[in-house]
Design a protein around this ligand. Structure first.
Ligand code: PMP
Length: 338
């Protein structure tokens, strides 16, 4: 069972090679500006590499808490939000994990890896969650995973549907990896719902995918319990210093988010009915063009299952987006659609 599962594991589906435009992993096309990197390097120079970092990553948790004006007791950090997903499945008790496909594959991957059954409650019309259907099955669940904006469909989930699930009192992970591009987050609901865990990452809007750092905002009790099962010293001092610097310059992130959102809307207009609306840094596209694009040096994500015949395209820099749009036009011409 595990061997079969590992064969379907994400990294084996990721393409590697000498292509010129990479729009397949929902990364930011912008690196951290050099002056910010240099400030981080200056700080690192002063730190002792021979000593372990804070056992519970305190410096970064404090910086994130300041950013949100909450207590560090409500913040946990991990080696990418991916790492937190796995440990959150370990943390709770129940017969199964609930996911809402088509959605981020790692929720069910980590559940199956732990031999925890997965109950799928598919997204309904317009890829929105069915709050009532989830709530009905929540009683026996360990945890419910909801992504908003959802990957790979790009849509935000309606607040009232999420609340229907929260009202069950069962643990709900609201994965907001792309929230900055939506300009909307429900993180403040953690005060009202102690069963809500909001998952965020530095990998997308902050452009730190290579650093590997994600975090969650939740009730103190959940954070404390999580630290009892996380490996000690989960984040290196380098990770924490760099993430803290990026937070300090969040205005840089905000400017870049505006660029991506403008580009996203420009692309959507050009693509017309082929592209679904998106609140994230990628577009879901109804066209079987993965191979055609690859031949032209452009890598996008090929989707399967209910979304076979679709691809997911990350919004990149203008020149990358234009390379993609021009290839799309060529494809449409070939198809006699233009
Ligand atoms: N959640 C969602 C919805 C994602 O799309 C991703 C990355 N593709 C992650 C979590 C994981 O991000 P990271 O581990 O880089 O923080």
């Amino acid at each position: 069972m595990i061997r079969e599962l590992v064969r379907s594991f994400e990294p084996y589906r990721v393409i590697e090679g000498d292509y010129k435009v990479w729009l397949d992993k929902n990364e930011s096309p912008f690196d951290l500006p050099l002056f910010i990197k240099e400030e981080a390097f200056d700080e690192l120079r002063e730190l002792n590499f021979n000593r372990y970092p804070s056992i519970t990553s305190k410096p970064l948790r404090e910086a994130i808490a300041d950013f949100y004006d909450i207590s560090p007791k409500n913040v946990a950090v991990g080696n990418g939000s991916d790492q937190l997903i796995g440990y959150l499945i370990d943390l709770f008790e129940g017969d199964y994990v609930i996911t809402t496909p088509p959605t981020f594959g790692m929720y069910s991957f980590y559940a199956k890896l732990r031999q925890v059954p997965v109950l799928e409650i598919p997204l309904g019309r317009d890829f929105t969650i069915e709050g009532e259907a989830i709530a009905e099955k929540a009683e026996k669940s360990r945890v419910v995973f909801i992504a908003s904006p959802n990957n790979p469909t790009g849509n935000l989930q309606p607040e009232e549907e999420i609340i229907k699930v929260l009202e069950t009192g069962k643990p709900v992970v609201l994965d907001e990896a792309y929230a900055e591009f939506a300009g909307k987050s429900l993180w403040e609901l953690i005060e009202k719902y102690p069963n809500l865990i909001v998952l965020r990452t530095f990998s997308k809007a902050f452009g730190l995918a290579g650093i590997r750092v994600g975090y969650m905002l939740a009730d103190e009790g959940i954070v404390e319990a999580l630290y009892r099962i996380l490996p000690p010293f989960p984040l290196s001092i380098a990770t924490m210093v760099i993430a803290k610097k990026a937070l300090e310059y969040s205005d840089v992130m905000e400017k870049r988010v505006r660029y991506i959102v403008e580009e996203r809307e420009r692309m959507r207009k050009r693509l017309g009915e082929l592209a679904y609306p998106s609140s994230a840094n990628f577009l879901l596209i109804r066209a079987d063009i993965h191979g055609f694009l690859l031949e032209r040096g452009i890598v996008v994500r090929k989707l399967s299952g209910r979304l076979s015949g679709h691809v997911r395209v990350t919004v990149g820099r203008r020149w990358e987006n234009n390379a993609f749009l021009n290839a799309m036009e060529e494809w449409l011409n070939d198809m006699g659609r233009f």
